[in-house]
Design a binder for this molecule. Structure first.
Ligand code: ADP
Length: 454
């Protein structure tokens, strides 16, 4: 298959299209997963900040007494509290903090008075942050170094419900961005790796899918070549006969009749060949298009029963002349008491068994014996055609049912065979939901076994 350009191209197209579609789906999926992770993380950060801010708000408000003034007790609540003094920052360091969440290194707190002046900071406060106040509830701000922070602003009141000012709780988004960058990196590395594996497996799968198509393509190619070859032989013979007749200056009646007889013989051969091919084509299309088998169609339309006892004895009687002329003994052996009847096309079944008996006579030397046996077992009728002829070698036995296959071309051609007889017989057997098989021993003879459901 790899040598065939058309199949190779189709296989590549299939693999590329499959990989492209899968790549697109995976990219969209990766993008979706990335967005979902980022969103979930962002929501978690918001929730955490809101929770810290809520706790801080409740803890601070009950301690505050004068607007804009920090009570000393606040020092116990907030870690790392730095209060803006007249001469800069005044740092206080309590031993224990009530809001332990703020001990985590990435939180900072800013306290503003009601006019928006920064009073104090706590936690891990980055000095690079602009000290300007913005009362908006959620904010994402950037410091002078370009670091991004996310913060929440909440109004504060004193114990007596006077406006005290505001506080902001915020945190750096550095870890959030680091996390997202790691996810991005995993997706960026994972996607091409997955795509390469998909492309490779698509190539393998496309090859597997093309195999049966390629096999039937080769079969059709072979069949066309064989059919053309078989048709050419009688045509060439007729043409040669006509050409040689035309070269003769004069033809007497005897010569003319002889020439016509030759052309008639070749024409008959051609007609037989074309009829056989048509029969095979018709049966193939029935089988491949999922149409009903002959017996199924007959069962539904007009049930036609074919008596196999009659079939065997009729054929043995009819072909006795052929057997006698080949000096072969042809006998029938009916091993059943009752009449065995199968649903099917009687003409086709007669054709099938005729092929088997004629072959057996043709490939049995003078003095040999051909026996047509009718038997039955397990709801199946069995017809065996046994001969004491040349036999068929093991290697050929597997191929004799192939179209146009002849074991010994010269001898088969001499007998008028085209190699379609057994192929037709097997097709008819299958169309009747039966089977046809053969066993043979070179020099001892062959047995063809036909099984048909009763
Ligand atoms: P043909 O029309 O050439 O006989 P068939 O399809 O009927 O073609 O048979 C295929 C080949 O199988 C024949 O060429 C022949 O060599 C072999 N064959 C068929 N039947 C027998 C038999 N009974 N004994 C030996 N060889 C046989």
């Amino acid at each position: 298959m790899n040598q065939n350009k058309l199949f190779n191209r189709t296989r590549s197209h299939l693999a590329i299209s499959y990989a492209a579609v899968m790549g697109l789906i995976l990219s969209l999926l990766g993008f979706g997963v990335y967005k979902a992770i980022a969103h979930a993380h962002w929501v978690a950060i918001d929730r955490e900040l809101a929770s810290v801010a809520g706790t801080l708000h409740d803890s601070l408000e009950i301690k505050l007494q004068q607007p804009g003034k920090l009570e000393p007790i606040v020092n116990e609540l907030l870690p790392n509290l730095r209060v803006t003094g007249v001469n800069g920052w005044k740092k206080s360091q309590p031993n224990r903090h009530i809001l332990t969440a703020l001990d985590q290194s990435y939180y900072y707190i800013r306290l503003f008075d009601y006019s928006g002046n920064l009073i104090a900071t706590a936690g891990t406060y980055p000095a690079t942050l602009p000290p300007t106040f913005n009362p908006q509830y959620w904010q994402t701000i950037t410091d002078i170094k370009g670091n991004i922070y996310h913060q929440i602003s909440v109004a504060l009141h004193t114990k007596t419900q006077e406006d005290w000012g505001y506080f902001q709780v915020g945190r750096s988004l550095q870890d959030f961005h680091n996390y997202l960058n790691t996810v991005k990196l995993i997706l960026k590395l994972g996607l091409p790796t997955a795509l390469i594996s998909i492309a490779f497996s698509s190539w393998l799968l496309a090859g597997l899918a093309m195999k049966p198509i390629y096999a039937s393509y080769r079969q059709i190619q072979q069949f066309t070549a064989d059919a053309a070859h078989e048709l050419r032989t009688p045509l060439a013979a007729s043409q040669a006969t006509v050409e040689s007749a035309l070269l003769m200056p004069q033809l007497d009646e005897k010569e003319a009749r002889e020439i016509l007889r030759t052309i008639d013989r070749q024409n008959r051969r051609l007609t037989q060949l074309v009829t056989d091919l048509l029969l095979l084509a018709r049966m193939d299309s029935q089988t491949n298009d999922g149409a009903k088998s002959v017996s199924e169609a007959l069962e539904e339309d007009r049930p036609q029963l074919c008596c196999l006892n009659d079939l065997v004895s009729d054929l043995v009687e009819e072909l006795a002349v052929v057997a006698r002329s080949s000096e072969v003994a042809l006998i029938s052996e009916i091993r059943v008491q009752q009449q065995l009847k199968v649903v099917g096309d009687a003409d086709q079944l007669y054709r099938l068994v005729t092929n088997l008996i004629v072959n057996a006579i043709q490939y049995t030397p003078a003095g040999g014996k051909v026996t047509a046996i009718l038997d039955c077992s397990h709801q199946e009728a069995i017809i065996q055609v046994q001969d004491t002829g040349f036999g068929i070698a093991e290697a050929d036995l597997a191929r004799i049912f192939d179209r146009f296959y002849r074991v010994n071309s010269d001898r088969s051609r001499h007998t008028g065979g085209s190699g379609l007889g057994l192929a037709i017989a097997q097709t008819i057997a299958r169309a009747h939901r039966g089977s046809l098989s053969a066993r043979s021993q070179v020099g001892f003879g062959s047995t063809f076994l036909l099984r048909l459901p009763l």
